[in-house]
Design a protein around this ligand. Structure first.
Ligand SMILES: [Zn+2]
Length: 375
């Protein structure tokens, strides 16, 4: 490969679904912008995924990941030059004319892919906004009853934030053979996801059923019968937050709305803001991965889309939910805190366990036994 070899750019701009097809990877099913299935190297059922929009693949088990050339290396067991040649042909004997043509084609492919991704993002945001606009004020709605079942009684929290709304009958759609099918319809709590500039970028939906324990409806997949998550986001999440209060100098953030509201009820220090981070992936961002780094909690600062607190925040506290795998979750939250500290000099950060063990109030009062500041 020479410095002016056009093939890496050409390879990077290729449609990954086509590359996967050429590689004859078996058993992948299309789900939105992803293709999911068994790993061509280590098998399984659904551990392997390709994000067609971002042109990246990953295996959750054996750790294989990367772009188009990496995929060829991964599946064919080739070294980089051979994989590049497999994808784009030989560089030898390519005339300057053909080289320019290849470069132009690669640029066109990239522009087309970028435009497609932008259009899909815009479409999802439009649909999110439509759902949000169908919502009614959460105040004095069954959202109070749902929250009460999640330990947030109306008497303690009489005024619901305006970023929450109530939808009396929202459809829950799943994709079956590329068709959207309604798996459930029922009441839902809507939450606005706001981007760093405060603009609406997506809607978070929690379907609920006040007649069931914890208000959780049983939503089953129409084909497999698998129980589905009762929470879904539409539109963009990355970089965003559900702003349950106005911004403040101290920002307290849990992943879910319920955890964050629980923290809010536990104590309300002056100037503190309570925002839900929507997903761990958004709070953590990409992490540095590799041998021995799984639990290191080091951010990959190349990820420019993950959540970063607004300027003016002096302390950032991530509240760790009790219900997920504690060690991995903690390393993810640490990564997010360290990212924020790297990008907001002077910011102090902490991960606070909640609700078991330590009272959030101890953390806020900076009692030493409560939690360690993040180095
Ligand atoms: Zn694998």
């Amino acid at each position: 490969m020479t410095r002016d070899d056009p093939r890496p750019a050409e390879a990077a701009a290729m449609d990954m679904a086509e590359v996967a097809n050429r590689l004859a990877i078996q058993g992948l099913t299309r789900a939105g912008r992803e293709m999911i299935g068994p790993c061509p190297r280590c098998g399984g059922k659904d551990r392997f995924g390709i994000n067609i929009q971002k042109r990246v693949f990953q295996c959750r088990k054996c750790g294989g990941k990367g772009g188009n050339v990496d995929l060829v290396m991964f599946v064919m067991g080739l070294a980089f030059p051979a994989a590049l040649e497999w994808l784009c042909g030989s560089v030898e004997g390519v005339s300057p004319e053909e080289r320019r043509q290849r470069e132009r084609k690669a640029a066109e492919n990239k522009a087309r892919n970028d435009a497609k991704a932008a259009a899909a993002r815009e479409q999802a945001r439009r649909e999110a906004r439509e759902i949000w606009e169908q919502g009614q004020p959460a105040q004095d709605s069954p959202v109070h009853d749902y929250l009460a079942l999640r330990g947030i009684p109306r008497a303690r929290f009489p005024r619901l934030p305006v970023c929450l709304r109530f939808h009396p009958s929202l459809g829950y759609m799943v994709q079956v053979d590329r068709q959207w099918v309604e798996a459930h319809r029922g009441p839902a709590m809507l939450a606005a996801i706001q981007g760093p500039d405060g603009r609406f970028i997506g809607v978070h939906r929690t379907w609920f059923d006040p007649s069931r324990p914890k208000g959780k409806p049983a939503i089953l997949h129409p084909v497999s019968g698998d129980r589905l998550k009762v929470k879904k986001s539409l539109g963009s999440v990355k970089g965003g937050a559900i702003r349950l209060t106005p911004p403040g100098r101290v920002l307290i953030m849990g992943e879910g709305i319920e955890t964050t509201l629980t923290a809010l009820l536990a104590d309300e220090p002056p100037g503190a803001a309570y925002w839900a981070g929507v997903s761990l992936g958004n709070m953590a961002g990409q992490r540095q991965l590799g041998q021995g780094l799984k639990y290191a909690g080091l951010p990959d600062l190349g990820d420019t889309e993950a959540f970063v607190p607004p300027a003016g925040v002096e302390r950032l506290i991530f509240v760790q939910d009790g219900d997920s795998e504690p060690r991995l979750t903690r390393s993810q939250l640490l990564s997010g805190i360290r990212r924020a500290m790297a990008l907001r000099p002077g910011l102090r950060g902490q991960v606070a366990p909640c609700p078991a063990g330590v009272d959030l109030n101890d953390v806020l009062m900076e009692r030493p036994e409560a939690s360690d500041p993040v180095p």
